[in-house]
Design a protein around this ligand. Structure first.
Ligand SMILES: CC(C)(COP(=O)(O)OP(=O)(O)OC[C@H]1O[C@@H](n2cnc3c(N)ncnc32)[C@H](O)[C@@H]1OP(=O)(O)O)[C@@H](O)C(=O)NCCC(=O)NCCS
Length: 207
């Protein structure tokens, strides 16, 4: 990646931004309340609830890894600042590619908010960051997540068997891989129409 990902993206309804340790109170409350909602598809949720101090440390590590250019975890906030979920750009799927992950507070599901956040991140990755490929990986029975990828215009590449390390003490799970290549973005992809403004680490607009 030649360019650092945005620290903040503003979409019509959302602020998608790099976590700060001071988000710990809101993140702790929302994640703890959503354990049952997240456990079926997010391996990390099995370890919830963490202590509050562990949450602060986790957000410090997210922020540190973001600043170092290792991995890019974002909080999803309504435009009034309410924390409602998490997403990320994860550069662990080969050269010129990046994976988008996401989850949302159960209370805010079904309003198209994850689709809006993921559309902005995907377009940012394929245009501003000039990456060639964005991926979404989801469990075959995760109807909502597969639908997000489909709505965005990603192509279902296939099902990879026993691919997902859901938790160290559990059997490997299958994963559906969805991909959007830069050259395919223009063709009927919702990503193509995503509207956002991106900002760097010191809040300068990225054009
Ligand atoms: C999957 C998830 C991220 C979707 O977030 P969201 O903000 O509700 O997503 P959107 O509203 O943008 O779109 C969801 C789509 O899936 C559909 N959907 C969701 N659950 C569904 C279900 N059980 N059956 C059929 N359709 C379903 C919605 O109707 C919507 O499609 P539509 O716009 O065509 O009606 C959210 O449900 C979640 O956080 N789940 C738990 C964590 C998780 O699974 N993360 C992804 C791991 S890969």
């Amino acid at each position: 990646m030649n360019r650092a990902p945005a620290y903040k993206l503003l979409t019509d309804r959302l602020i998608v931004r790099c976590y700060e340790p001071r988000d710990a109170h809101d993140v702790h409350q929302v994640v703890t309340r959503n354990k049952g909602h997240l456990v079926p598809f997010m391996g990390w949720a099995l370890r919830e609830p963490t202590t509050f101090d562990e949450r602060v440390d986790l957000l410090r590590s997210f922020r540190g890894r973001f600043d170092l250019g290792d991995d890019f975890f974002y909080g999803i906030f309504l435009r009034d600042g309410t924390f409602i979920g998490g997403t990320g750009l994860h550069p662990h799927c080969g050269p010129a590619g990046i994976e988008i992950g996401y989850w949302i507070d159960e209370r805010h599901q079904g309003k198209g908010l994850v689709t809006e956040a993921a559309a902005a991140l995907a377009k940012h990755a394929l245009t501003d960051l000039a990456l060639s490929r964005v991926e979404i990986h989801c469990a075959p029975d995760n109807v909502g997540s597969n639908r997000v990828a489909e709505k965005l215009g990603f192509t279902r590449e296939g099902l990879l068997r026993k691919r997902h390390q859901y938790a160290h003490d559990r059997p490997l799970r299958d994963l559906v891989f969805w991909t959007l290549f830069r050259e395919d973005m223009g063709r009927a992809s919702l990503v193509n129409w995503a509207r956002y403004q991106a900002y760097d680490a010191i809040d300068r607009p990225i054009t």
